[in-house]
Design a binder for this molecule. Structure first.
Ligand code: GCO
Length: 478
């Protein structure tokens, strides 16, 4: 007889995709190899003072040169799916016009290598590394032309990989791309202007719509699933009196993207809240119809709950703060009593459960996929029998709790099709450089050796057994 007080083992639903995610600039290296052109992240990371310790993606995890080894690593973990992004400037070094066949072949071979090993490839077209040429020519995402350049790029990649790749995302987290890159300026290209951030957000929305149309024209797989991956925030007001702050944050962080992309219009309250910054003249007649394309899937990146309250003082939150227009009214805070990761982010697995259920209700008929969830921890290396190991029990617990919460959300009616861990490998964590480690596989940045952590073994077990045993406190199940 089973003990009803013991949490039960969860069986993963049939067809549920379990895997891991990466992004081109964070892992590839080979920054000027094979005809790759520079991206805004090359320029930004090479500008003194922009990244921790002056870190760049020149080498990163050297995935560009170690792709065969990494494919075998992925196969050894028995992942159902592997999500990666394409470096636009590797495929089109000037951002538009000429196609670099060597760059395209790299991704085509990667797709073949995954399929040969029984791993489903999931492709993201834009994970922030815009070709520098488009920044120079059009002001990057501030320029409307960049949206049309993205359409052409999507067409090139769709035509090259669309016979084999089923699951696609146009963009990853346009929030960071626009507000952190053009508003807060702590990400490339390092511009600090609220008006420019809103402009960039619109051009990302427009390019999404154009990109979806381009993919539909070029992909030949009949079962293709076209998505966008958003870090829609789970926003929670501290008290009922903070509901107005939560509404404001939700408008400028979430609905600025979900409005045009999923509902076909910018929310009135967003326009009202930001009218002192811009007249929104960059939205031309017909644009929101283009943004609003039918999607097969919605990708969600979840890391923590955004706790919001009305600002007491002028504030600057470590991750957002001045990153968004209207921040002078909103304070984001992290409750002191909650566990934190090495990034200082709160650990709240129930947040992902509530979030997925709410999103499924907000967007009925649109299946969801968790495209990123994971955490950075200290990751001490120990040597056992002459072998290096990383006993990252905190990460195992984090992932087990969030995967269990995702499965519970499914049981409670959320149509969630998969869960991808951020990240396969330790990698270049943007402005934070190589300090934070998110991988289930450790990368020794001196030797570039890959060392699967305890969490990699745990993930491999989940993929192999399709079960998620209940965790005993302090003793991660393997
Ligand atoms: C994001 C990006 C990743 C990050 C990860 C950890 O979600 O911000 O997709 O590139 O590395 O989230 O910060």
């Amino acid at each position: 007889m089973t003990d009803p007080s013991m949490p039960a083992t969860i069986t993963l639903p049939a067809g549920f995709l379990l895997g891991a995610s990466t992004a081109a600039y964070q892992i590839e290296g080979g920054a000027s190899d094979g005809g790759r052109g520079p991206s805004i992240w090359d320029t930004f990371s090479h500008t003194p003072g922009r990244t921790a310790g002056g870190a760049t993606g020149d080498v990163a995890a050297d995935h560009y040169h170690r792709v065969a080894e990494d494919l075998d690593l992925i196969a050894s973990l028995r992942l159902d799916a592997y999500r990666f992004s394409i470096s636009w400037s590797r495929v089109m070094p000037e951002g538009e016009g000429r196609v670099n066949d060597t760059g395209l072949a790299f991704y085509s071979d990667l797709v073949d290598g995954l399929i040969e090993r029984g791993v489903e490839p999931i492709v993201t077209l834009n994970h922030w590394d815009l070709p520098q040429a488009l920044e120079d020519r059009y002001g990057g995402w501030r320029g409307r032309e960049t949206a049309y350049a993205f359409e052409k790029y999507a067409e090139v990649v769709g035509a090259a990989l669309g016979d084999r790749v089923r699951i696609w995302s146009t963009h990853n987290e346009p929030w960071n791309n626009s507000f952190t890159g053009y508003g807060h300026g702590v990400f490339a290209p390092g511009v600090r202007s609220h008006a420019d951030a809103l402009r960039a957000a619109h051009h990302l929305n427009l390019s999404h719509g154009l990109g979806v149309q381009a993919l539909r024209r070029t992909i030949t797989r009949a079962d293709a699933q076209v998505s966008v991956t958003l870090n829609i925030f789970r926003v929670e007001a501290e008290t009922p009196a903070d509901a107005e702050a939560a509404r404001r944050f939700d408008a400028v962080a979430n609905r600025v993207f979900t409005g045009p992309m999923l509902r076909g219009a910018y929310p009135d309250d967003l326009i009202h809240d930001t009218q002192h910054l811009t007249d929104w003249g960059f939205v031309r007649p017909g644009d929101t119809e283009i943004c609003h394309q039918p999607l097969d899937l919605l990708g969600i990146n979840y890391y923590e709950v955004m706790h919001v309250r009305a600002a007491r003082d002028v504030v600057d939150h470590p991750t957002a703060g001045t990153a968004f227009p209207g921040s002078e009214y909103v304070e984001l805070f992290r409750p002191a009593d909650l566990e934190k990761t090495a990034m200082g982010w709160t650990v709240e697995a129930r947040g992902i459960e509530d979030h997925l259920i709410a999103l499924s209700r907000d967007f009925p008929g649109l299946p969801l996929m968790v495209m990123e969830n994971g955490a950075a921890f200290a990751d001490d290396v120990s040597v056992v029998d002459g072998e290096q190991t990383v006993e990252d029990h905190e990460r195992v617990a984090y992932l087990a709790d969030h995967l269990a919460a995702t499965c519970r959300a499914r049981e409670r009616g959320a149509d969630v099709r998969g869960f991808l861990v951020w990240s396969l490998l330790d990698n270049f964590e943007w402005a934070e450089g190589y300090g934070p480690r998110f991988g289930v596989v450790r990368v020794d940045y001196d030797t570039l050796e890959r060392i699967p952590k305890r969490s990699a073994h745990w993930l491999a077990q989940r993929c192999a057994t399709r079960t998620l045993p209940a965790l005993d406190v302090g003793a991660p199940a393997l």
